[in-house]
Design a protein around this ligand. Structure first.
Ligand SMILES: CC(C)(COP(=O)(O)OP(=O)(O)OC[C@H]1O[C@@H](n2cnc3c(N)ncnc32)[C@H](O)[C@@H]1OP(=O)(O)O)[C@@H](O)C(=O)NCCC(=O)NCCS
Length: 278
């Protein structure tokens, strides 16, 4: 069998080492914890390299009946421009289903492929990384009593109830900060520890000042460096984050499939969970 005939198949968690090898091949970090979460929550597709290892991957993660995120679209560099990216993406799109609004965060390399498949740009993010000094203030951590309020706020802003994803994110409340108006949760942010940094997101807030306080709250409790993918166009907040020790650099383009619009009130979403989950 040649790579042209090799079918797209559904991968299992046993394929994790091959997925990490493929990530390394494209100079992406080998983030086992993130892949494991995506294996758990999503459908992972891949194409085997007949010579061994994986030639391509793509993951679709359903968020309720209405939304789907596609991520980890990777083709081994040795198979560039042989149509593998299109094949795994077509399979992931079919798994997302025509009834769902499907979105992804595109790298510069991925964007031309997604455009040919009917995705269009709908915004972007700027990646901020660094460390925030301990005890630098910010929002308070969330008590268990805030969880229903966080769930309700997330559903309002994202436009769907995204459990079980949210339950995973809220699994350790020591990594979750909130701002509230009396008993009503008006903002929250989550830190997810990873191999190289703690990913901060989502960040949901009423205004940039509250978003900064939430990001500082999570970052100042994180053990090492943090990353937050700030919505593009937030010049003031971007400057504040740089002053807090988290300088920004270019990020990714948010793309939505077809003529759909993402549901919810996205004006309050300052940062997604991360590029894989939105
Ligand atoms: C992006 C990536 C997945 C593309 O995979 P691929 O297998 O090379 O893409 P395909 O061969 O299926 O391309 C299909 C079409 O997309 C477009 N396309 C893909 N890569 C392109 C590029 N670098 N420049 C311009 N158009 C491109 C073309 O229209 C292409 O058709 P053509 O070759 O007949 O002109 C691959 O380059 C990759 O893994 N990059 C590194 C990781 C990455 O950035 N992934 C995207 C994450 S969002």
């Amino acid at each position: 069998m040649t790579i042209i005939d090799a079918p797209v198949r559904e991968l299992t968690v046993d394929d994790l080492p091959k997925c990490l090898d493929l990530a390394r091949d494209r100079e992406w970090p080998a983030e086992a914890a993130k892949w494991l979460l995506l294996f758990d929550l999503g459908e992972v597709f891949g194409i085997d390299d007949p010579a061994g290892g994986l030639a391509a991957t793509a993951i679709v993660t359903h968020q309720g009946e209405e939304l789907a995120a596609i991520s980890m679209v990777l083709v081994a560099a040795r198979f560039n421009r042989r149509g593998l990216g299109r094949r795994v993406m077509t399979r992931a799109l079919a798994a997302a289903g025509a009834d769902r609004t499907t979105f992804l965060y595109a790298t510069e390399l991925g964007r031309p492929l997604y455009e040919t498949l009917g995705f269009r740009a709908a915004g972007g993010v700027e990646t901020h990384t660094g460390t925030c000094p301990n005890g630098s203030g910010g929002a308070r951590t969330a008590p268990a009593a805030d969880v229903p309020g966080i769930r309700a706020l997330d559903a309002e802003v994202i436009g769907v109830e995204r459990r079980p994803l949210l339950d995973r994110l809220l699994g350790d409340l020591a990594n979750v900060c909130v701002v509230a108006d009396g008993d009503r949760v008006t903002g929250y942010a989550v830190g997810t520890p990873g191999e190289t940094y703690t990913m901060i997101g989502p960040v949901v807030a009423d205004d940039p000042a509250a978003a900064r306080s939430l990001i500082r709250g999570v970052a100042s409790r994180a053990p090492g460096s943090v990353r937050v993918d700030l919505r593009a166009g937030e010049a003031e907040l971007s400057g504040w984050l740089a002053a807090d020790g988290l300088p920004g650099r270019s990020g990714a383009t948010l793309m939505v499939h077809g003529d759909r619009v993402l549901p919810g009130d996205r004006t309050r979403l300052y940062a997604p969970i991360g590029p894989a989950l939105g």
